[in-house]
Design a protein around this ligand. Sequence first.
Ligand code: DGY
Length: 340
Amino acid sequence: MPSANTGVTDRPRVLVTRRIPEAGLRLVLAQTEADLWQDELPPPREELLRRVAGVDGLLSLLTDRVDDELLDAAGPQLKVVSNFAVGFDNIDVPACTRRGIPVGNTPGVLTETTADLAFALLMAVARRLPEAYDYVRADRWQTWGPLLLLGRDINGATLGIVGFGRIGREMAKRARGFGMRVLYYDVHPATSEEEAALGAESVAMDELLAESDFVSLHTNLSPETHHLLDAAAFARMKPGAVVVNTSRGPVIDHDALHDALKSGHLFGAGLDVTDPEPLRADHPLVTLPNCLVVPHIASASEATRDRMAEMAAANLLAGLRGERLPTPVDPSVYERDTPS
Ligand code: DGY
């Protein structure tokens, strides 16, 4: 695989594990000796471990596992890991912090774009757009039909938002515009002023599941949220409810989701993220007419990906200069005196 810069210089050495938008890439290429992985697919693990050896900085993607093995392979000179994503479940952050290596992510810049896609999935599933599209393309459209492709109303329905951080709150704003009642569950509830401004009510998880016509996931992936929606959770949901996931795939037990969709207990699901990724076309979920799966594109607008690239570059370059990252995942890394 060709590298972008090959001459020997005294600039810091970095590994960039995929081509990111020019808005950020050009900043990195201008100031570093960058090894840019050019392939469309992520570097295989062995290649990643080989290329990371001796670098001062790593610009990683959510498809790259950054753990002790990789940090050992990189070596003690590694100064910074900058993840091109707001999520960082691909990174063992405590392992980085133990070694005094700050990790950066890209919060804030993809909030609205991600909520837009979550709402688009909600609407598409509620109104059966994939089925309607297939119907026309299959030349099955004969006439206007009183019973043709009946969906669920969005207006007047109840939306349950799981995880009321930046993206969850943007989802609440969109829901209000559509005349929905908004419930949310978060271990750290919003203030009553924030709730009033967003028109959202904090409830227990069980109540959210029982009351919501639509459940949208906006939580981090952690041991606590792994399979948060499992068979028991689906059983507690209203018959005919819709699930939307733009967080991380493993937050849903996919076998249980398949059963709940297949039996008709759930009306449908819209998934931007899956477990594993990618899902192949013959995966049972992909073959269901009431399951809309898209390939992890929630932040995929041109402007947002540019901003993510700029932010990832800013974190990387700050770390290389020994400065505090603009958006460190774990600020406690700066409270340590020396790496152990
Ligand atoms: C993220 O940033 O974590 C998304 O999943 C991809 O934009």
